[in-house]
Design a protein around this ligand. Structure first.
Ligand SMILES: NC(=O)c1ccc[n+]([C@@H]2O[C@H](COP(=O)([O-])OP(=O)(O)OC[C@H]3O[C@@H](n4cnc5c(N)ncnc54)[C@H](OP(=O)(O)O)[C@@H]3O)[C@@H](O)[C@H]2O)c1
Length: 263
């Protein structure tokens, strides 16, 4: 009986998950669909396997024109969204500190990790405000509060900006029936994370396992002793978008295996 209630919790809701074809976004898209939502996903490339029932839109959300196209398709075909998960983001910029990062790298870091969300929110918010309901989640990163200069300088700065923007937006719209929440994952075992670690290991001339241990040490340790499965991060998001989280807005939730050494 309990299972039945959970499975219909988001019935009738339209959810858009950016970057919903891989990693954390894919896990979120599947969880929201399991809870009964109609799910729309975006990515630059078609998913390797066709996810049952998800509506896929190909788009590069680091480009303003693609964001507009996604918003138009969502409005025309679905009449807008009830749940917007701004998940797409990436740390694909050179490591090595300030001197390695060009203007172009900084611009890309901001386009991908901040402005994609700002633009998509701006396009979809008017309809949500009209309906006086909706939830927006910004998938940030613990790196936004815990930058590692050698490897996440531009990415961390962009995620920190996303955190500040998300908080401002929550303060602006929460009296009008909307909720805006930031989720800051720690280390998740996704393709992006594996590629990131493989690159670092190659540069340092060490094994992937040694690099993984180095990364754990660099971030100050992960008390739980492992990376998160994206499913675990997706479960938090599923709760936050549900009616059970009706009093939650403007907060930034870390889901990091106990990594942050602060109370
Ligand atoms: N993995 C972690 O440990 C971790 C930790 C903290 C925060 N995060 C955050 O969690 C989010 C998801 O990360 P992930 O590790 O799950 O990433 P991932 O496995 O690389 O998946 C990224 C998704 O976004 C899409 N994407 C990438 N660039 C895009 C672009 N320019 N336009 C549209 N779609 C694009 C990808 O598909 P295409 O390549 O086909 O476009 C894919 O669907 C990101 O915001 C990341 O910063 C991840």
């Amino acid at each position: 009986m309990e299972q039945h209630i959970q499975d219909t919790e988001l019935k009738g809701k339209i959810a858009l998950v950016t970057g919903g074809t891989k990693g954390i976004g894919k896990a979120i898209a599947n969880k929201l669909a399991q809870a009964g939502a109609q799910v729309i996903i975006t990515a630059r490339n078609s998913p390797a396997e066709i996810n049952s029932g998800h509506h896929f839109i190909a788009a590069d959300l680091s480009k303003a024109e693609d964001v507009s196209r996604v918003a138009k398709e969502v409005a025309d075909q679905f009449g807008g969204v009830d749940i917007l998960i701004n998940n797409m983001g990436a740390n694909t910029f050179p490591g090595g500190g300030f001197a390695t990062l060009s203007d172009e790298d900084w611009d890309q870091a901001l386009q991908i990790n901040l402005l994609s969300s700002v633009r998509l929110d701006r396009a979809l918010l008017p309809e949500m405000l009209k309906k006086k309901r909706g939830v927006i989640i910004h998938i940030s990163s613990t790196s936004g509060q815990f930058p590692i200069w050698e490897s996440t300088m531009a990415y961390s700065a962009a995620k920190a900006a996303l955190n500040a923007y998300s908080k401002s937006l929550a303060t602006e719209v929460s009296s009008q029936g909307l909720r805006v929440i930031t989720v800051s994952p720690g280390l998740n075992k996704t393709e992006a994370m594996t590629t990131f670690l493989e690159d670092l290991a190659k540069k340092a001339g060490i094994t992937l396992e040694e690099m993984t241990n180095n990364l754990f040490a660099r971030v100050g340790g992960v008390p739980i002793g492992r990376m998160a499965d994206p499913e675990e991060t997706a479960e938090l998001v599923r709760f936050l978008v549900s009616p059970k989280a009706s009093y939650i807005t403007g907060a930034n939730y870390a889901i990091d295996g106990g990594n942050f050494p602060i109370v």
